[in-house]
Design a protein around this ligand. Structure first.
Ligand SMILES: [Zn+2]
Length: 731
């Protein structure tokens, strides 16, 4: 529709003069007086607008009248090929002109001085908002462009015309607003009666008489029921979603619009739908209206638009009528689901939902260095560690040290189980009560301060009001004082808000009851093999708000602060395992001891025991004990690894059994057999008792012959002269 149209409008060939409402001929002289040669030289633009596609279909009549303006322009003296129709905005709904390209084009043409006359049906409707309207008439005034509609031609520079145009603009705006308000009020009344239904969620159908019933399809209802039951069981929307996908459960959705309205379609579940279903109060049988509010669209900033709707808290819902419709779940269950969904929203200040991983503190651990949440990293099926990921998001941020999940999990578990012992619990709850009282006292203090500030402000105001206006100097001073008091009050209020914000949440009555119930049989439950990590996590989260870990890189320890629910904090410094020996601060000392014990002839297992006894702790181990394996790896680091790697153990012409076998190109087992039969001369190493075989060049020759003889004769009893080892000088 972009090309300008100058021909007869489609489907319409009536003469402009026969159109109702076109009275130009009656007042020709008046109209002609306004149109000068200057205007006639330029274009006449007919601007046509219908907002929504539905309006375009419905209002053919109005559209025909708009195209009739083309004929009118011709009647006023513009040649046929100088009348341009702009109808790009047909079917566009936009509340501001920014999104209507046709209107922008019109303005551009006017400012380029291409336009002598702008025509539109009821000129003021040309623009939706008063602002656009005023803008257009201003621009037309500057560039000597006339405005026209079926009632006449207006010169924006003429005071009378301008006033008429302005009034028309205002009236049109008011008319539109009134209509909208009337419609809206009608809707509100209907909603207040609980009869206005827009879309109904899955599992419900809207009957032709406007009533809402359960879906007649049994399978649709069963799936809805399954969603709620499974969510109770699985506890997380994502887990529920994956479950549904895995089990190939499809959701029965009734099409709400289009020609196939009311048809049932089976679709794969998506996360948004699941969230919407769990949040929808209709499933409890409640009628609700106004759960969200439409936002005025702001222009996009950096390509990011603001959300079109704002979700309102339950207290701001316009209408909530319970037990109006058939229900799937109870209201209480709905509230519990909402609560759970809110808890599970992953935000940096909330722990997020319990995940299935083994690490017990995921979501609760906070980096003591930068305050970010520590993320769990499952490097290996058995090993996992928490790491601060701040440096990934912020390249300027130095990397914070991470820590092994096992150690901190064990530490917090121990503390939690200890806290749940009945005696400890009673003490904690008592302490909690003390804290609550303390906070109440602080709060009362704040309230008094606020009250005093309010009083001061009111008094300053009264004094200012009481002064005679003639007494300007005094009034000015008093006004200043009043302003200061107001400012002070505002500051105090802000400080109070900050105070409230920094106070940790208190334990609710329900939470307290849950803790007490849990305490009865926790330790047994905790250690039971059928208790899953997720259940253990739930228990920890009942008690622990967050755990702040500050790692001391210079030493083998870390500071752990457990923030309990209800504002108590326990702090402790505990042993921190490191990921590798290179990070151990006392590594040199440790290796020194390893060398010493090796020189004393100790085996790896013995060295491990000695190191543990001397108070050393190995990296990465939960039990803090050295094992033979660790000792072996340490020996290896000292260059004292396994004996076969130590060449200084070999005397002249001595071979490791395996090396000799390789030299003779025979199976190493045969060397072992020869050693046992006494066919070669051998000795054992001091620690691992491995065999060292003496074989100088002459012996090597003998052994080669021996091997060849056995191979050739297939006889296992060769000539005794060949099997006798030669004596050598060392022995
Ligand atoms: Zn950090």
């Amino acid at each position: 529709m972009n090309n300008p149209q100058t021909s007869e409008p489609r489907g319409h060939n009536a003469d402009a003069a026969t159109q109702p409402g076109f009275q130009a001929h009656g007042r020709n002289s008046q109209v002609q007086g306004k149109i000068g040669a200057q205007q006639l030289e330029r274009l006449a633009i007919v601007y046509i607008r219908q907002s929504s596609p539905q309006q375009v279909l419905d209002h053919r009549e109005s559209r025909a009248r708009q195209y009739g303006l083309v004929n009118y322009a011709q009647a006023l003296g513009w040649p046929k090929d100088r009348v341009v129709v702009i109808d790009e905005d047909q079917g566009h709904t936009a509340t501001t002109s920014d999104e209507r390209s046709g209107f922008q084009r019109l303005l551009t043409e006017v400012t380029l001085q291409h336009v002598g006359l702008v025509m539109g049906l009821e000129m003021s409707r040309l623009c939706r908002s008063n602002r656009d309207w005023a803008h257009l008439s201003d621009v037309c005034g500057v560039f000597d462009t006339l405005l026209g509609d079926q009632d006449g031609i207006y010169d924006p520079n003429d005071v009378n015309d301008r006033m008429v145009l302005g009034l028309k603009g205002i009236i049109s705006e008011v008319e539109l607003t009134m209509m909208r308000n009337r419609l809206e009020r009608g809707r509100q009344h209907k909603a207040a009666r609980g009869e206005l239904f827009q879309k109904v969620p899955m599992g419900y159908v809207k009957l032709p008489n406007g009533q809402v019933e359960l879906d007649p399809d049994e399978q649709v209802r069963a799936v809805v029921q399954l969603l709620f039951d499974k969510y109770d069981e699985l506890g997380s929307v994502r887990v529920l979603w994956r479950y549904l996908l895995r089990q190939k459960v499809r959701l029965g959705i009734r099409l709400q619009e289009g020609p196939r309205r009311g048809h049932l379609e089976w679709r794969q579940p998506c996360l948004q739908t699941l969230y919407a279903i769990l949040r929808h109060p209709m499933y409890t049988g409640a009628y609700v209206f106004g759960r969200w509010r439409r936002r005025r669209q702001r222009p996009a900033v950096n390509g990011q638009r603001t959300a079109k709707v704002q979700i309102l808290p339950m207290s701001e819902w316009q209408v909530l009528l319970r037990d109006r419709l058939p229900a799937y779940i109870t209201w209480e269950r709905y509230l519990a689901n909402r609560e759970r969904l809110e808890q599970q929203r992953s935000r940096s200040d909330r722990p997020g939902s319990v995940r299935s991983g083994k690490a017990l503190l995921s979501g609760l651990l906070v980096c003591g260095r930068c305050g970010g949440r520590l993320h769990i990293n499952y490097v290996h099926r058995k090993r996992s560690y928490y790491e601060c990921v701040r440096h990934r998001r912020d390249p300027n941020h130095a990397r914070c040290p991470g820590l092994s999940a096992a150690v901190i999990d064990a530490y917090v578990t121990e503390k939690v189980l200890h806290a749940l012992e009945p005696a400890a619990l009673e003490l904690s709850l008592k302490a909690l009560q003390g804290i609550e009282e303390e906070r109440g006292r602080l709060d009362r203090h704040w309230q008094q301060q606020l009250q005093r500030a309010r009083y001061e402000t009111e008094r300053a105001e009264r004094q200012y009001q009481a002064v005679e206006p003639e007494n300007r100097l005094v009034a000015r001073t008093l006004e200043k004082r009043w302003e200061e008091a107001l400012q002070g009050q505002r500051q105090l209020q802000e400080e109070y808000d900050r105070f409230l914000h920094t106070q940790p949440p208190l334990l609710t009555e329900a939470e307290r009851a849950r803790v007490e119930a849990l305490a009865q049989d926790i330790p047994a439950l905790w250690h039971a093999p059928e208790t899953s990590p997720a259940e253990r996590k739930e228990i920890i989260r009942c008690l622990v708000e967050r755990v702040v870990v500050t790692i001391n890189e210079a030493a083998l320890d870390m500071n752990v602060a457990i923030h309990w629910k209800g504002s108590q904090v326990t702090q402790d410094t505990c042993f921190r395992p490191v990921r590798s020996y290179t990070r151990m601060p006392n590594l040199q000392e440790l290796l020194e001891r390893v060398r010493y014990w090796r020189q004393q002839g100790c085996t790896a297992a013995e060295i491990a025991t000695k190191l543990t006894a001397e108070g050393f702790q190995p990296p990465k181990r939960r039990d803090h004990l050295f094992t033979a394996e660790i000792a072996r790896s340490l020996l290896h680091q000292c260059g004292l690894g396994a004996e076969h790697q130590q060449s200084d153990l070999l005397k002249k012409h001595e071979w490791w059994a395996a090396d000799l076998a390789r030299e003779l190109k025979i199976d190493p087992k045969r060397i072992n057999a020869w050693i046992h039969r006494g066919w070669v001369e051998a000795r054992r190493t001091p620690i691992h008792k491995r065999w060292l075989v003496h074989a100088d060049p002459k012996e090597l020759r003998r052994l080669r012959k021996l091997a060849a003889a056995i191979d050739q004769t297939a006889c296992h009893r060769p000539d005794p002269a060949m099997t006798r080892p030669r004596k050598h000088a060392d022995n």
